[in-house]
Design a binder for this molecule. Structure first.
Ligand SMILES: C[S@@+](CC[C@H](N)C(=O)[O-])C[C@H]1O[C@@H](n2cnc3c(N)ncnc32)[C@H](O)[C@@H]1O
Length: 243
């Protein structure tokens, strides 16, 4: 993994962003419950990457047998301390079989725009890896490139406690990567910055990659809902099964 990303994932700034969206984990867990019921799945779920465990926490509360994997030691340490009745392991989502062996899960989730960090070949490896460890269903949730290029402001401020955050965003059309530069402020003083570039996908591109990885889409939805995805929705959620 590139140094750029290690620095980002292990930074307090990034961790705070994940904590800020903790509550949304409950909405995800409730929707995932509906997926499990709809497809008559068992209780064994793999959440990869799991981050701080914001979705795993609410899934465990609902009685699921949850395993979470993340490349960041810091994220996994937080997930372990947040969720006592789950299993959390540091590992690379491109090589899940090396971590879980021949274990298979009823449902494997890869959510909150967790592809596009490395190359397209790496994303293919991730998708193949997700396919290899599922018994039946994989859920992928990504930001929609088409929405972002038309709607994202070039610069904006947000409050990610305890930081005021200034973001400058540029879309590089040749690579389809969103280049983000963030500066963090406390008490009007700049306390740090991070930069990264993440590949974004349009729906047809991610569907082509899923096909290559041996995954067939069953439903293409908008966020954690049952609304059919349409081209200007902010997020795309694909429910897929091994081909
Ligand atoms: C945007 S967060 C999403 C986390 C979680 N899915 C959620 O919804 O909160 C992306 C996560 O991907 C993890 N990550 C990045 N590359 C990874 C890799 N190769 N293997 C496993 N985890 C990875 C990061 O450490 C980070 O926690």
């Amino acid at each position: 993994m590139s140094d750029e990303w290690i620095k980002v994932f292990e930074s307090d700034f990034y961790v705070r962003e994940m904590i800020k969206v903790w509550d949304e984990g409950e909405k995800w867990a409730s929707w995932i419950d509906e997926v499990v019921n709809k497809f008559k799945l068992g209780k064994k779920i793999l959440d990869v990457p799991c981050g701080v465990g914001r979705v795993a926490y609410f899934l465990a509360k609902r009685g699921y047998d949850v395993t979470g994997i993340d490349i960041s030691e810091r994220m996994i340490a937080m997930a372990k301390s947040n969720i006592q009745n789950g299993k959390f392991v540091v590992g690379d989502m491109r090589r899940l079989n090396e971590i879980v062996g021949n274990e298979k899960y009823d449902l494997v989730i890869n959510i909150y725009n967790s592809l596009g960090y490395y190359t397209e070949e790496d994303d293919l490896k991730v998708l193949e890896s997700l396919r290899n460890v599922t018994k039946k269903i994989v859920v992928i949730n990504l930001d929609n490139r088409d929405y972002i290029i038309y709607n994202r402001p070039n610069e904006y401020y947000t409050f990610i406690p305890p930081y005021l955050v200034y973001s400058k965003v540029e879309f590089e059309q040749e690579t389809s990567r969103l280049k983000i530069h963030r500066k963090y402020y406390m008490d009007n003083k700049e306390v740090g910055e991070i930069s990264y570039a993440q590949r974004l996908y349009s729906i047809h591109e991610i569907l082509a990659l899923l096909k290559k990885a041996g995954l067939t889409p069953i439903e293409i939805l908008s966020g954690y809902s049952w609304k059919k995805f349409s081209i200007m929705d902010p997020e795309m959620t694909i429910i897929a099964t091994p081909s």
